[in-house]
Design a protein around this ligand. Structure first.
Ligand SMILES: Nc1nc2c(c(=O)[nH]1)N[C@H]1C(S)=C(S)[C@@H](COP(=O)(O)OP(=O)(O)OC[C@H]3O[C@@H](n4cnc5c(=O)[nH]c(N)nc54)[C@H](O)[C@@H]3O)O[C@H]1N2
Ligand SMILES: Nc1nc2c(c(=O)[nH]1)N[C@H]1C(S)=C(S)[C@@H](COP(=O)(O)OP(=O)(O)OC[C@H]3O[C@@H](n4cnc5c(=O)[nH]c(N)nc54)[C@H](O)[C@@H]3O)O[C@H]1N2
Ligand code: SF4
Ligand SMILES: [Mo]
Length: 697
């Protein structure tokens, strides 16, 4: 085709993979994305991207993309259907179940991959069109402990600062996060900062790549973070490093913490965590003595039985040292998906509307009721694990799952599948068939981040614009259009001609978003809270905390052992996490060139354990827990400590989450993905490779 007949389309948009929120320049020709480059003025990425943002866009035109609605036929197969037929069936079935069993027999999940506007209309659909607060999102299985704890300690559910604080800090402690794989552009910023003098301490059972750039690496036993944080606080108090003026002026509850710290001398913490006492002391001094220091954390903190309590202990440490609310002294949880901050901000949670406004607050509820023209309950709805329990018990009869592959990524796969099987009616709205669509009665073909408009909110609370580079394939439609159509078919019309109209309603109903509009978000984004005049908030708590009295709250919480511990039957501890090349359920990255870079998963184990188990590099091994068994190849590496093994969860053929039980965070139900006692053995046919006892000559 001559160049003059080509249709070129360029947009500046925001990456749809991780919570760094890189701004991208996407170039499309004739309805296909042909290249993506970093936006030079992107506030989080400043002209950089990782291999996902830049190259992993080929999924968007893959043959397997969902192009028409699908309906489960009498023979059990999914068959193509028209939009009218699919939406009529959804409206009929959901109305029937609502009328016979009540609205709380229905539940929905919003997608942290989709936009704020998509998530907003999803929760309005569940609350106003169906009439239930049974709405949640995958933040439940990710950073819900962070959200809960930050609200308890400081008041707001978000990082206290920005990625810029990495460059402004003299020291930083990175706890249970592996940013060079999970948040590569932030990881690169940390790497560069260390080269310019940032004193980095890493705390992770594995020696992660950034440990090679830090001044100190602490390797705790999985599940012992609380003891480590209490030990750091003990040293700060013991060695006279507490910022008393800050404590007196801006906090409450320190006395109880001080009493508790007596039990966490470095020698005590060494017994619990395995971290040498001297290393713990050095880490405490590096953090406390720095002019400015930041604390960063990830799932190695949250996905534990006491994850939410550990986040409160992280907040304690910052408060003791007065290191919050100024440049370089920030608490930066590395939120995971592109819009996991936003999906919760938008009220896709069973207990809160937008901006974490409680469904039980009478004034708040009345404001939403008046705007939407409905009446709602004041009691919270079900969290994700409660939804599955209710489905197995026969109380929950239908689910609407939008962009979340629960059958692969949620814990205790056997239980999740039993729940999906038990439902009378399941709608899945996705861009591909995945493990969850196997159980769907209706599958709706939606749009990826390259095909829609709206906003994502990154890990810095930064709301950024998303622009469509291409159209959805075939008859697929944008998530926003689909959700509006389903809501209308259920009798609740939403008055939005575009995502920008939805944002105007969000701003009107949410004090922290009062000044947000698509126009104002512009190229630079806005970090909430955003005042009515458009002033945003890169740094929180400069002068007061967002709690009654303006004071931050200490929490006196002791160390408690994890839910799962190694024993004779299951002598190793499995930790699960991520690989650079793949993304969560892998529906997208496994359909790009990244699959050639990394075609399968493996189990990492230490050479000592490998020798004891007669496992060599590359051998197929069986991994068994109290909940299930999987097989995968082994990789022998010294990056992991003896007694621990590690794998990811990106490959449905491995099904890692068969191994995970239902143990979860005590306050938020976030699964304990990070500690599972397992038994590892070479699989039978490989056993023949063991040296024979009496080898034939
Ligand atoms: N390439 C890629 N990037 C991603 C994703 C992806 O799938 N692939 N997913 C995105 C999502 S949803 C998220 S939430 C983020 C997650 O990003 P991260 O929070 O970095 O997640 P993980 O790699 O799961 O775990 C981080 C580290 O915690 C450590 N850890 C485990 N147990 C403990 C413990 O008891 N104590 C301590 N101190 N550390 C522990 C693990 O060894 C691991 O190195 O990444 C996002 N980015
Ligand atoms: N063992 C173990 N398991 C884990 C974890 C762990 O560390 N260990 N981490 C957990 C964490 S932190 C998370 S966040 C979850 C993530 O788990 P999921 O949320 O299930 O995973 P994703 O791959 O991010 O995306 C889910 C689905 O969204 C679809 N999708 C993507 N974009 C769009 C869109 O714009 N519209 C629609 N409609 N669909 C879209 C994808 O095709 C995919 O099917 O996994 C959890 N599972
Ligand atoms: S670092 Fe995250 S946001 Fe940036 S390009 Fe990579 S996946 Fe996208
Ligand atoms: Mo996540």
């Amino acid at each position: 085709m001559p160049p003059s007949e080509r249709f070129d389309h360029d947009v500046t948009t925001t990456c749809g993979y991780c919570g760094v929120g890189c701004r991208l320049e996407a170039h499309a020709v004739d309805g296909r994305v042909v290249s993506i480059a970093p936006a030079l003025d992107g506030p989080a990425n400043r002209g950089h991207t990782c291999l996902k943002g830049r190259f992993a866009h080929g999924f968007s035109r893959k043959r397997e993309r969902l192009r028409t609605p699908l309906i489960r036929a009498a023979d059990g197969d999914l068959r193509a259907a028209s939009w009218d037929e699919a939406i009529a069936l959804i409206a009929r079935e959901l109305s029937r179940i609502r009328d016979t069993s009540g609205p709380d027999a229905i539940a929905g999940l919003a997608s942290s991959r989709a936009t704020n506007e998509d998530c907003y209309v999803m929760q309005r659909l569940m609350r106003a069109a169906i009439g239930t607060h049974n709405i949640d999102n995958c933040s439940r299985v990710c950073h819900s402990p962070t959200s809960w704890a930050l609200r308890q300690s400081f008041g707001l559910s978000g990082a206290t600062g920005s990625f810029d604080d990495i460059e402004h800090a003299d020291a930083a402690i990175l706890i249970g996060a592996n940013p060079t794989e999970g948040h590569p552009v932030a990881g690169a910023r940390i790497k560069q900062a260390t080269l310019r003098g940032l004193q980095l301490v890493t705390i992770d059972p594995r020696r992660i790549e950034l440990s090679d750039y830090g001044v100190l690496h602490l390797s705790p036993r999985p599940g012992s973070n609380a003891a480590v944080m209490l030990g750091l606080a003990h040293v700060v108090a013991r060695d006279g490093l507490v910022d008393h003026p800050f404590l007196d002026a801006r906090t409450e509850g320190y006395d109880a913490v001080e009493d508790l710290l007596a039990d966490y001398a470095p020698a005590d913490v060494q017994r619990i965590s395995g971290i040498p006492a001297g290393d713990l002391e050095r880490a405490a001094h590096i953090y406390a003595e720095a002019e400015n220091a930041s604390l960063l954390w990830g799932l190695g903190v949250t996905e534990h039985k006491y994850g939410s309590e550990v986040v409160r202990l992280i907040c304690n440490l910052a408060l003791m040292c007065g290191k919050v609310g100024r440049p370089g002294s920030a608490l930066l949880p590395l939120r995971g998906q592109n819009n996991v901050q936003g999906s919760s901000d938008m009220g896709a949670l069973p207990d809160t509307f937008t901006g974490y406004q409680s469904v039980a607050d009478e004034d708040v509820a009345q404001r939403f009721e008046a705007r939407w023209g409905v009446s709602m309950k004041r009691e919270r709805g079900l969290k994700i694990p409660e939804m599955f329990d209710a489905a197995v018990a026969g109380e929950l009869k239908a689910m609407y799952i939008f962009g979340e592959d629960v059958a692969q990524t949620d814990p205790n796969t056997t239980h999740v599948v039993a729940a999906l099987d038990a439902l009378e009616f399941l709608v899945v709205q996705d861009i591909f068939c995945n493990e969850t669509t196997r159980y769907a009665d209706v599958v709706l073909p939606a749009s990826s981040f390259l095909e829609k408009r709206g906003t994502f909110t990154n890990a810095e609370r930064r709301i950024q614009l998303v622009e469509a580079a291409i159209e959805p394939p075939g008859e697929a439609r944008t998530d926003f259009d689909i959700l509006l159509a389903v809501s209308a078919a259920l009798g609740h019309e939403m008055p939005f001609a575009s995502p920008s109209d939805a944002m105007d309603e969000i701003a009107a109903l949410t004090p922290d978003w009062a000044g947000v509009s698509h126009e104002r978000v512009g190229r630079r984004g806005l970090q909430w809270p955003v005042a009515a005049d458009g002033t945003d908030s890169p740094i929180l708590y400069g002068s007061r905390f967002e709690l009654p009295g303006g004071r931050a709250r200490f929490a006196a919480l002791p160390y408690k052992p994890p839910g799962s511990e190694a024993d004779d039957e299951f002598p190793l501890v499995l930790v699960t996490g991520r690989r650079l090349e793949h993304y969560n359920a892998g529906t997208m990255t496994r359909r790009t060139g990244n699959l050639e870079l990394l075609p399968s998963d493996w189990l990492e184990l230490h050479p000592d354990d490998a020798a004891r188990l007669w496992v060599s590099d590359g051998d197929l091994v069986s991994v068994r827990s109290a909940h299930g068994r999987i097989e995968l190849p082994a990789r022998v590496t010294e990056r992991i400590e003896p007694g621990h093994v590690f794998t990811a969860f990106h490959f449905p053929e491995v099904r890692t989450n068969l191994l995970i039980g239902s143990s979860a965070d005590v306050n938020t139900s976030c699964p304990e993905y990070k500690v599972v006692a397992v038994d590892v053995r070479p699989v039978a046919e490989q056993a023949s490779r063991m040296p024979a006892i009496a080898a034939a000559p």
